[in-house]
Ligand binder design. Structure first.
Ligand SMILES: O=C(O)C1=C[C@@H](OP(=O)(O)O)[C@@H](O)[C@H](O)C1
Ligand SMILES: C=C(OP(=O)(O)O)C(=O)O
Length: 445
């Protein structure tokens, strides 16, 4: 996918009721972490339900380049034989993370604790994203970033620490990627590495570290925060990981089912970790009919079947403290808000500016070009819902999978078709999105 020049446009049009039961692919966050922790463990890790999207496949390649044995043993089934904590080997060529911030930043943390040097690179989107936020704590732990562009942007050379030191670090923004990078580097440091976050971000790294045998304690901090303490230099043991379905991927067909009248769609095994369910909370507040059944858990990650039926939605205000639990879902929430009656105000979205694209601007542009009234006020996004969307626009995806999927969802219920300029990046997180949506009744051409 890196710097692809051939674009694959697609148009989506008003469709009949969506119906069926599907399992969206494995969770992207958990898939990256299973490969990385498998590589840092002694013995064998077996992963089922891995997301075989480009982002995760790039992490798998990076683990191989760093000395782990990584093998696909069947559909979505992978086996990793690890090198142990701080055991990474010097890679012979640059590590290419393609479009993936998570893969790149988490592996930076893991490399920072090893006495090796690695070059990190990615596509034009990833090269535009800030890496200083990761390099700052890693340098405090003893790693050194070599020559890099302004803001620590890729490509960059990272020299891991010979003797990593544990730190206490307060993350400057609610970011699971920063927290996870520090914890992964902390694995190699003697003593306790502590991360304090003012707003709790997704805790998959903490849960999975415990699952692999690390001593890690997490406590509430302030009204919305967490304090996480990891004891360094554990022996991590290979483990079984069952990857639940990705709620951030399910978000697209969920919103599609809500806005296409008469729809009734079920989603199995969707991860319902409370630090990832902000969108479900918000949609329910807007009037969405979403029922949970078959609730269960695996390796600390709860999951459930969700049944979603087309619903009349109303505009609401989404508080800023909810942002970390739905940070990747605002684009498709903005689509739902466009079909709602009344104004939806989404507050505190500054982090959307540093994702695969500037998602605040790109979301507003997607809505505007399709006749929806929208405004950006500081870090807030304000959408005027009128119960229907004119459509007819051509949406620029800016190398961003979630813009492409959101726009295609919008077209399924808009008055006129909606076209996206490029669907290629959907393969980073949801390779079967188009056929799965068609199987539910979506009309794409
Ligand atoms: O840790 C993770 O797996 C992720 C954390 C989030 O990023 P930030 O940590 O930058 O908020 C999210 O946007 C990304 O898709 C996945
Ligand atoms: C922000 C995302 O991913 P990443 O940061 O891993 O590129 C995303 O998938 O929406």
């Amino acid at each position: 996918m890196t710097d692809s020049t051939t674009k694959s446009p697609l148009e989506s049009r008003a469709s009949g009721p969506l119906a069926g039961k599907v399992r969206v692919p494995g969770d992207k966050s958990i898939s990256h972490r299973a490969l990385i922790l498998g590589a840092l463990s002694v013995g064998e890790t077996r992963i089922s339900g891995l997301l075989e999207g480009e982002d995760v496949l790039n992490t798998a390649k990076a683990m191989q380049a760093l000395g782990a044995q990584v093998e696909r043993t069947g559909p979505f089934a992978w086996q990793v034989k690890g090198v142990g904590v701080a055991g990474f080997a010097q890679p012979v060529s640059p590590l290419d993370f393609g479009n993936s911030g998570t893969g790149c930043r988490l592996v930076m943390g893991a490399v920072a604790g090893c006495p090796i040097t690695a070059v990190f690179d990615g596509d034009a989107s990833l090269r535009s994203r800030p890496m200083r936020r990761i390099l700052d704590p890693l340098e405090l732990m003893g790693a050194k970033a070599g020559e890099a562009r302004e803001g620590g942007r890729l490509p960059l050379t990272l020299h891991g620490a010979r003797d990593p030191v544990p730190i206490l670090y307060r993350t400057p923004v609610a970011s699971a990627q920063i927290k996870s990078a520090v914890l992964l580097a902390g694995l190699a440091a003697p003593g306790v590495t502590t991360v304090i976050e003012q707003e709790a971000s997704r805790d998959h790294t903490e849960l999975m570290l415990k699952h692999f045998g690390a001593e890690i304690v997490s406590a509430n901090e302030g009204s919305h925060g967490r304090k996480i303490a990891l004891t360094g230099q554990p022996e991590l043991h290979g483990a079984e990981v069952v990857v639940p379905a990705d709620p951030s991927s399910a978000a697209f067909p969920i919103v599609a089912a809500l806005i296409v009248s008469g729809s009734d769609v079920a989603f199995s095994d969707v991860m319902t970790n409370p630090l990832r369910t902000g969108l479900l909370t918000t949609l329910r507040e807007m009037g969405a009919a979403i029922e949970e059944s078959e609730v269960r858990g695996d390796a600390g990650e709860p999951m459930a079947t969700l049944r979603v039926r087309a619903s009349k939605l109303r505009g609401i205000e989404v508080p800023p403290e909810r942002a970390p639990s739905m940070i990747d879902e605002y684009l498709v929430l903005a689509v739902a808000a466009s079909f709602a009656e009344g104004t939806t105000i989404m507050r505190g979205l500054q982090e959307l500016r540093v994702k695969e694209s500037d998602r605040l601007e790109a979301t507003a542009a997607m809505l505007r070009v399709n006749g929806v009234k929208v405004e950006i006020a500081g870090d807030d996004l304000i959408v005027e819902g009128r119960g229907h969307v004119p459509g007819g626009g051509l949406v620029a995806t800016h190398m961003d999978h979630r813009i492409a999927m959101s726009a295609l969802v919008m077209g399924l219920a808009a008055d006129k078709p909606v076209k996206v300029d490029d669907t290629a990046f959907i393969a980073t997180s949801f390779p079967d999105f188009i056929p799965m949506m068609r199987s539910l009744g979506a009309e794409f051409s």
